[in-house]
Design a protein around this ligand. Sequence first.
Ligand SMILES: [Mn+2]
Length: 333
Amino acid sequence: MTMKEFDKETLLIDKIVALFNNEDNFIITSHYNIDGDGLGSEIAIYLLLKKLGKTVEIVNQDKAPEIYNFLPYINDIKNSPSKSLAEPNVSIVLDCGTLERAGEIASFVKKTSTIINIDHHFLNTCFGTINFVDAGYSSTGEMVLKVLERYDQLSKEQAICLYTSIITDTGSFIYNVGKNTLNAVQKLLDTGISPAEISGKIYMQKPLKYIELLTLSLQTLDYNLKEKIAWMYVDKKMYEATKTTAENTEGFVEMLLALKEFKTVFLLKEDKNIKVSLRSKDGYDVETVARKFGGGGHKQAAGCELENLSISESIKKIVAEIKKNNERNNSGK
Ligand SMILES: [Mn+2]
């Protein structure tokens, strides 16, 4: 971080802190298909604002995945703002590259006079009144910690939330680890939280049906060795046969990325549309690929949705786009 960037960040956090101190009504939201980073960031700020005596609600379009039920105050999260908060002064939008990522909550956000946008996505549209946006951070949770550090001691509950943000967005410190991420983690550990306990709750509580679904999905594994691309899918029949949902596909795509033969991998999930989760390593880029289909994310972890296509048609399109993208990147080298 250069001196200039440091000043810019300090000023942005000054502005956020001033709003937290001076305004009274807040709505906090994050993206649809809410994840650990979104939830952790939301609850950590929620706890601060409550402590400051503010009226505040967390409102998300989608229900939190069950694995996050251990997070403090998770049951306070609503799916639409309550009447008393119909016109909050400030919205805090977390972990969203665009306001549209807030899904149905975006319309409420637009009604507020001030929008605080805190996010670490590479292509953030800076839709806020204040935009604390920096792709150098592992997670939005790590950025939220920078804001919370301006206040008195971080609580253990907040640390649990932010630790969840960081481990889920880094795949337990495999990717997206920024140069200050472990310093941030140290500060969280100083509150006395147990990393093993948190990881245990997130990663060691899978139901047996998880493996049953994985077994079916693995039978669809296919790849292009020359292009170093691998993929597999989960269709509605598999969910029905194993009584599972998309929540149970957590970690599938990362398994493909663990194979040395592949640099770009993806998982397709049949829903109303075809949802695609893309991952890459060794500098290969999937963000550009996802963006071609109206999605986005990070260079090495991105997602998109394809409408009105079968699974096999979707695979063809995605593979062709990855090939094209890799050729484009290599020609420039
Ligand atoms: Mn994130």
